[in-house]
Design a protein around this ligand. Sequence first.
Ligand code: FES
Length: 432
Amino acid sequence: MSVRRLAEDSVQPAAFAFHPENAEWAEATIRKYPEGRQQSAVIPLLMRAQEQDGWVTRAAIESIAQMLSMPLIRVLEVATFYTQFQLKPVGTRAHVQVCGTTPCMLRGSDALKAVCRKHIHEEQFHLNASGTLSWEEVECLGACVNAPMVAIFQDTYEDLTAERLEEIITLFDAGKADEVTPGPQNGRHLSAPLGGLTSLTGDYDDLTSKSSAGPAQGASAGAGGAASTPPSQAGRPDTHAPETDPTIDAPGKARNGNVAQPAERETSDELTEAGSRPGSGQTGGTYQGPTGAADKEEASSGGGSHTGADAVPGGQARPTLVEGLRTDTSDVTAGPVATDGPSQMAAERPEGLLDAPDGPADDLKQIAGIGPVIEAKLNELGVYHLRQIAAWREAELLWIDNHLNFRGRALREKWIDQAKTLSAGTSRPADA
Ligand code: FES
């Protein structure tokens, strides 16, 4: 990796200013970011400055620092870190960035660098005699599967040989860059195998036509009756998450609820019918009472599958299974989300919570899964003795589990069984 420093003073211009159209673009770009976050525009502005002048000058860095109210050192850090920014004048027709990282090196990048030395300059970052070409070695540019490769300005040229790179450089130097097609230079399509597919070689239309049900679910019949590839559901947003609400104009601020789009609504309804709840790692936020119409109706009637409200410390009531009530996913205005417990049983506040230990408190840490922090929290709740836990029913353990936001861990770790065994004076259960 090369040291990246600003160009010597002799080539640095005295001042920098965006051309009027670029200045207008820069102002619009800065306005995209929230108040106080305008510094996020530093990379786009540096790129536009480079596109305007061919390289990033010191004057441009200083000007952008002023525009964004950033310390100069912060803009310098960005400009000198990313190899996409040219800190010295580069060739007017091509600046060849040769990837020298391991996959490209193993596939022949040394030969590509030799071509650059021969046709451009012995040293990287130096212009050729006519000032039209320059080159440098860079780190991985993300096209390793098509190694070796180079980047020239905003395009990449992959699956290169030394001979092909010579041809490309000659065409660029002659002003015939348009005659070179970016991408693989060996004839393959993107990163598909050069000799054709080696797997998944079946014809999708054949597969679907053999099905008595016609096109696969989600596929639509194309022209002439041929089935098209069904749309992928990969990466679709979770429409139960409030942050995916398109009506939210600021984090945590919902105006009209989480309005699902038509295509999303189908998926959400399926999930709701299936009684799906947020997966592991998702949180439902703080419960503030039923807000959705379905929740309100259910809460007022107390019927259906709702299991009722539990008293929680502080006297506030909290329903235990509310997500299943959301039969209309357009009515999810910051509504409550069920805790992610494994059981559909109703959690019940344990009987016999104590204000103080009844004699010496037990070491609750004897239970696998309880450490000092959890023990302190249990003590705060009024749990000091193994016999208290041993006397619980699962519903009571679930209440504790919910209270500690354990997502079923207390049940999985069988605290009740462990407490019974320990209370009986035997060792910790082996299967706990
Ligand atoms: S190693 Fe060369 S593109 Fe990744």
